[in-house]
Design a protein around this ligand. Structure first.
Ligand code: ATP
Length: 371
């Protein structure tokens, strides 16, 4: 599960045993993490998990209670925000309403007393970068939400920071524009060859843009990996459930045969096999995690002697155009979620409400979780 592009392996940002307490509340609990040069890195987690606090420590808006934070080898302890080679783009964009686009972009450069000719050149370069050359003289209220977002981006990049921090940058955009902008951000990050760190609670956004994702919960890093690994090999039940949809089948291990684990479960009389080594011995408990698209559904019973079978009744069907989502209720009352692509316009006999169905999966479709 390597990232799809090579972000390089030189750590740029290093959190070492970083703890942040507010009074007796621990918001960030002993985080150690390397973020590489040219990496698009996402901090993902539910509200209150500590992701913004982690980012704010990097920006210098908060100091760690203990631990060490370095950027390109420099210890950041006591370095004020304006002296750090990072810039943060906020969800609110925080544009100055009375200044036009060019002046908004130039603001930080003027404060740094950059010569006027250099400022003009840099502003032009930034306008070109975010494709807003025609809008230099407009005020923020004369722009669309997506354009305002790009001005904010240009302003954050104008000082050429080593790291761009993006705090829920696309939260204010509608779904379609958000998806388009995600790809624009990826293009921008790649063409600039910079490190981008994004904080989001939107798992699809993190999966789309990031080379690696750190999933946080209660101030702790639960898993740090490329998106495909987080999705296909979640480390815990929490991650399996938090990232995408999942079916969790509580089971008992009957045999561990190298890469293959045999199990039984109260939810089906069928023997179960999962192509995943098991961390517990025979007799121990494990949970089989299977994504909805990795289950198959049929009105016809599987051949005699098959494994990995659940018999149930259709409880609900959601038609999404490209996919249909089936909720299948098993005899024990547990419901499985199955998603199937709608490949043909014609269906011989569509599955409908109350149908008796069989749900099956291949051994390598499931993951075993013991935490
Ligand atoms: P969200 O997505 O809602 O912004 P988050 O994961 O970014 O959540 P943080 O903003 O990092 O969460 O906050 C983590 C915890 O620390 C929260 O419980 C929050 O209430 C608490 N916290 C953050 N800043 C402070 C502060 N200055 N004083 C006291 N508690 C704080």
């Amino acid at each position: 599960f390597a990232p799809w592009k090579d972000p390089g392996q030189t750590p740029l940002i290093r959190f070492e045993n970083v703890i942040k307490r507010f009074g007796d509340f621990t918001a960030v609990n002993n985080v150690s993490l390397d973020i590489y040069e040219r990496e698009f890195f996402a901090l993902l987690g539910p509200s209150g998990c500590g992701k913004t606090t982690l980012m704010r420590m990097l920006a210098g808006f908060e100091e760690p209670t203990s631990g060490r934070l370095t950027l390109a080898g420099e210890d950041l302890a006591g370095v004020p925000p304006y002296r750090r080679p990072v810039n943060m783009m906020f969800q609110s964009y925080a544009l100055f309403p009375h200044m036009n686009v060019a002046d908004n972009i130039a603001f930080g450069l003027k404060q740094d007393k950059m010569p006027k000719a250099d400022i003009d050149a840099r502003v032009e370069e930034m306008l070109h970068l975010v494709k807003l050359e025609q809008f230099a003289k407009r005020k923020p209220h004369q722009l669309s939400g997506g354009q305002r977002q790009r001005v904010a981006l240009a302003r954050s990049l104008a000082k050429r920071p080593k790291v761009l921090l993006l705090d829920e940058p696309l939260g204010a955009l509608d779904k379609k524009l958000r998806e388009e902008t995600q790809f624009e951000l990826m293009d921008l990050q790649m063409s600039l060859g910079m490190t981008f760190l994004i904080v989001t609670h939107d798992q699809e956004e993190a999966m789309t843009v990031a080379d690696r994702i750190a999933v946080m919960n209660h101030g702790v890093l639960v898993q740090v990996a490329p998106p495909a690994e987080i999705y296909e090999q979640p480390a815990t039940r929490y991650i399996a459930d938090f990232i995408g949809e999942v079916n969790l089948i509580e089971s008992t291990v009957t045999a561990c045969e190298g890469e293959m684990t045999r199990l039984t479960s109260d939810v089906t009389p069928s023997p179960l096999s999962v192509a995943h080594p098991c961390e517990v011995a025979a007799g121990g408990n494990a949970c089989i995690a299977i994504r909805p698209e990795k289950l198959r559904i049929s009105l016809d019973p599987p051949p005699e002697g098959s494994e990995n079978i659940f018999a149930g009744k259709i409880w609900d069907i959601g038609y999404l155009g490209d996919l249909s989502i089936y909720h299948v209720e098993l005899a024990c009352g547990q419901r499985l979620k199955v998603s199937q692509p709608n490949l043909s316009r014609r269906v011989a006999r569509p599955i409908s409400w109350e149908d008796e169905v069989w749900v099956t999966f291949d051994p390598d479709a499931g993951v075993l979780l013991t935490r």
